[in-house]
Ligand binder design. Structure first.
Ligand SMILES: CC(C)(COP(=O)(O)OP(=O)(O)OC[C@H]1O[C@@H](n2cnc3c(N)ncnc32)[C@H](O)[C@@H]1OP(=O)(O)O)[C@@H](O)C(=O)NCCC(=O)NCCS
Length: 197
């Protein structure tokens, strides 16, 4: 089962663990170069959680994709930069699109008017994804700049976020409850107690 939720700062390790699972090529496409595990840790530690939002896409309670929105300023931001990563085995199944739609909804509901992204010219999949989300793409010094104008938030967009992202939190909590029940059962009855739990 997959779901999207906003990752709170105290779960930042889930973001770094996800980024450390990316292969070299995907790290290059995301950061423009390879990042060692310790560089990933530093990157995540330096992220300002006060001026952005991290969205996690989880499959059976494990983070397999993240979308990061970084605002242009902490107070009264009007725009944010967006970046997204999906672990290799889960690519090409619509997860990137789902994360980007969720990120645009979150940005819109926080009063932002624009989201932009930068991607390498050798990243056609990201360009197709950006276009599918309504981005206008232009060349900018060897990179592709994607820009998306957001409509103002309305009651429907706020309700949509509630339904989509609270569903992700509920799925996460359910998974946690299931995992700790399985652990208790294993401690009490051994490994055969709940196969596959
Ligand atoms: C780029 C990336 C995030 C895309 O995520 P993904 O889950 O693989 O993407 P999706 O499956 O949601 O969508 C990609 C495909 O669906 C297509 N698609 C999905 N919905 C679509 C729609 N409504 N209309 C048109 N096309 C659509 C996309 O055009 C694209 O086509 P492709 O499979 O032929 O390449 C992922 O491949 C990745 O993590 N790459 C490495 C890191 C990276 O490049 N990050 C971007 C930095 S900004």
């Amino acid at each position: 089962m997959s779901a999207i939720r906003i990752l709170p700062p105290y779960e930042r390790r889930l973001l770094s663990d996800h980024l450390k699972r990316l292969d070299r090529e995907d790290l290059h496409l995301r950061f423009g170069g390879y990042l060692s595990p310790s560089a990933v840790e530093r990157y995540v530690d330096n992220l300002s959680w006060m001026s952005g939002v991290v969205l996690a896409w989880e499959v059976d309670g494990e983070v397999r994709g993240c979308g990061e929105l970084v605002n242009d300023r902490t107070v009264l931001p009007s725009a944010a930069e967006f970046a997204v990563t999906i672990e290799h085995a889960w690519q090409g199944q619509g997860a990137g699109l789902a994360l980007m739609h969720a990120a645009l909804l979150v940005a819109r509901n926080r009063g932002l008017r624009r989201v932009h992204l930068l991607c390498l010219a050798e990243n056609p999949r990201m360009m197709r994804l950006a276009r599918a989300c309504g981005a206008k793409l232009t060349w900018e010094e060897g990179e592709i700049l994607g820009e998306i104008e957001l409509p103002p938030a309305n009651p429907l967009s706020l309700a949509q976020e509630g339904v989509q992202l609270l569903g992700g939190i509920a799925a996460h909590s359910l998974h946690d409850v299931r995992r700790s029940a399985a652990k208790t059962a294993r401690q009490s009855f051994g490994d055969w107690a709940l196969p596959g739990a």
